[in-house]
Design a protein. Structure first.
Length: 310
């Protein structure tokens, strides 16, 4: 999986992700506007430092940072860093730095938009002898992977498969560990123990397809949200529909009377409502999880309750 996605001929090195699958970032500029609001609030919580660093891990071709800079413009204090293994795209805003690794230490905002589902993972299979093995090699799981499966994805019947999320937990722990003060936000596909299921799949040319490990296909698997939250580096997970509505992206249609008073405004607001409805649709993008954590700042983007996950 790692070689297929990130090797010299890997999917994310050779392909433009937006040509193969749709994300909230590419679906509507309203998503970037919501994230820009969080960046601005973090800036205030940090008391407007000389440099506010915004790091986007798994940045694709820099679409989110490009839109953020447009929304937040002019703000010369923002240091925008795209973290991606692919070469820097031609024509990218020169204000966006292009790196293969996040900074070792920074203050500001860490963003991970549909990155964790592409962090490579191993699988576990329960054998007839009740031993957990890697199905690709037949070798028994190492102690760390076995402990993760037993805690987060216990298998009961021979032939059952688990997708081992420990690599995602470790990747998130490393990324957030670099943030000294500020806000960390991951948005991704996910599941919890209540709806645990195998999800390894592929995307190519806008269609879901069987995974191919030859660099031609995006290979993805849902994030074990409850395991990630147990790292202590995530607040209460919430669904995207709830989060965006809390940030004012609610999909409410404009009053019909506006069409008579100001037809142009009515059309613009109707289009905005349609985009917002797309982003918050519980059967689509609105089903994504938001995994958010503040680090050493006294500010909460919203009041979270356990009921917010429903």
């Amino acid at each position: 999986m790692r070689r297929s996605l990130y090797g010299p001929d890997g999917f994310f090195v050779r392909h433009r992700p937006a040509d193969h699958f749709r994300t909230s970032v590419t679906a509507s500029p309203l998503f970037a506007q919501a994230i820009a609001g969080l960046v601005a609030e973090t800036d205030r919580a940090l008391k407007h430092p000389d440099t506010l660093t915004v790091v986007d891990v798994g940045a694709g071709r820099g679409e989110l940072l490009t839109r953020l800079l447009a929304v937040l413009h002019p703000n010369d204090r923002i240091e925008a860093i795209a973290v991606e293994l692919a070469p820097r795209p031609d024509g990218l805003d020169p204000r966006i730095a292009w790196r293969r690794e996040p900074p070792e230490r920074f203050h500001g905002v860490l963003l991970a938009m549909e990155w964790l589902d592409n962090v490579p993972l191993d699988r576990a299979e329960l054998g007839d002898d009740e031993i957990l093995r890697y199905p690709e090699t037949g070798e028994p799981l190492d102690d760390a992977d076995r402990a993760w499966v037993e805690q987060w994805w216990p298998l009961h019947n021979p032939g059952d498969i688990a997708e081992i999320g420990r690599s995602r937990d470790d990747a998130w722990r490393d990324a957030v560990g670099r943030l000294e003060r500020g806000l960390a936000l991951a948005v991704d596909y996910g599941h919890t123990r209540a709806d645990r299921r195998t999800t390894l799949t592929g995307y190519r040319n806008g269609r879901q397809v069987p995974p191919r490990f030859d660099g031609s296909t995006d290979i993805t698997a849902h994030v074990a949200v409850d395991s990630l939250a147990a790292t202590g580096l995530v607040g209460v997970p919430v669904k995207q529909g709830w989060a965006l509505k809390a940030l004012g992206i609610d999909g409410a249609r404009p009053p019909v009377d506006l069409a008579t008073v100001d037809p142009g405004r009515y059309v613009r607001e109707l289009a905005r409502a349609s985009q917002a409805a797309d982003l918050t649709d519980p059967a689509g993008l609105g089903d994504h999880w938001w995994l958010l954590r503040t680090v050493a700042i006294e500010w909460a983007p919203w009041r979270l309750s356990r009921n917010s996950t429903r």
